[in-house]
Design a protein around this ligand. Structure first.
Ligand SMILES: [Zn+2]
Length: 305
């Protein structure tokens, strides 16, 4: 039977409940990020626990922690957080866009990266026994660099070996179809793949094309008004539902900055989608069933392997 791999162990997908499919609880980004903007560092267990309390009290039950190995993933901290929250946490193995890859990733072969990810999924990370439940790769703005293609192929091969779901970083929503092409060459069933940050490129035709290929379309910008108003996201969601792709939408907040999180004194925080965005979607014509599909049924189907 298919199970969802949480940090505490495998569970029945029916147990998941309301799920955010791309968030960050703890990360220690590489120097290239920190030298530009330390806002991206999320170092505090207690603040993550507080943010999860807000999420849980609003109805949240499961969260996918999207921090990859090369973005300062901290499994010990995630385990500590998981002991202090009732929220199911699924964490990630794999890598980001190439500018975050450390030298050892740049030097490694496809096979070495594949084997590392398979070992983490099957045996656990850093001797903790905690096993990741999602594979991650990504590409750059309008380009897939050689090192990114290598990681994509390694992730594809690790998926074929384990069945674990795949999440793809797109830079401003570009190079989605091209990343799917590479995974497909590695034999990946695209119905097991989620393409992240699609709404950064608010192009409904492209989103329908990603869905037509079988993949999930990930929106993770609700509340990020600096890019454009949420009205644009509401129209994209309605457009996907009208096109019959409601079973392939995954919507989360990607609150990967201190300034986004209530517990650090910022906003909109983990409460936003549950307390403000979903009520707005319902007021603008979505049904309760649509909401359950997007935040309960689709995540459970994507995550189970
Ligand atoms: Zn993220």
């Amino acid at each position: 039977m298919k199970r969802v791999r949480t940090i505490k162990g495998d569970i029945d997908p029916a147990e998941l409940g309301f799920t955010y499919t791309h968030e960050h609880l703890i990360c220690f980004p590489p120097p290239i990020v920190m030298n530009e903007d330390a806002d991206f560092e999320l170092p505090h267990v207690d603040k993550a626990v507080e943010e999860l309390r807000i999420f849980y009290e609003a109805g949240g039950r499961c969260l996918v922690e999207g921090t990859a190995i090369d973005y300062g993933r901290d499994v010990h901290a995630l385990l500590e957080i998981s002991r202090q929250t009732p929220v199911h946490i699924v964490f990630t193995t794999g890598f980001n866009k190439g500018r975050f890859h450390p030298d050892w990733v740049v030097q490694a072969s496809v096979e070495a990266l594949r084997d590392l990810m398979i070992r983490e999924i099957e045996e656990g990370v850093d001797g903790t026994g905690a096993r990741p439940g999602v594979l991650k790769a990504g590409a750059w703005y309008n380009v897939i660099t050689d090192r990114e293609e290598k990681v994509l192929r390694a992730v594809g091969q690790a998926h074929v070996a384990t069945g674990a779901p795949v999440w793809l970083h797109t830079e401003a929503g570009t190079m989605a179809l091209e990343q799917l092409d590479i995974l497909e060459q590695e034999g990946v069933d695209l119905t097991r793949v989620a393409v992240g940050h699609c709404d950064r490129n608010a192009d409904l035709w492209l989103h329908k094309e990603i869905a037509r290929r079988g993949a999930y379309v990930g929106y993770d910008g609700p509340g990020k008004i600096k890019y454009y108003p949420d009205s644009v996201r509401v129209e994209l969601i309605k457009g996907m539902l009208d096109a019959g792709y409601g079973d392939q939408l995954l919507i989360s907040g990607d609150m990967g900055r201190r300034s986004y999180l209530t517990s650090y004194g910022g906003g909109p925080g983990f409460g936003y989608i549950l307390k403000k965005f979903i009520p707005r979607l319902l007021a603008e014509g979505l049904s309760r069933d649509d909401v359950d599909r997007i935040w309960v049924e689709n995540p459970a189907r994507w995550l189970a392997f």
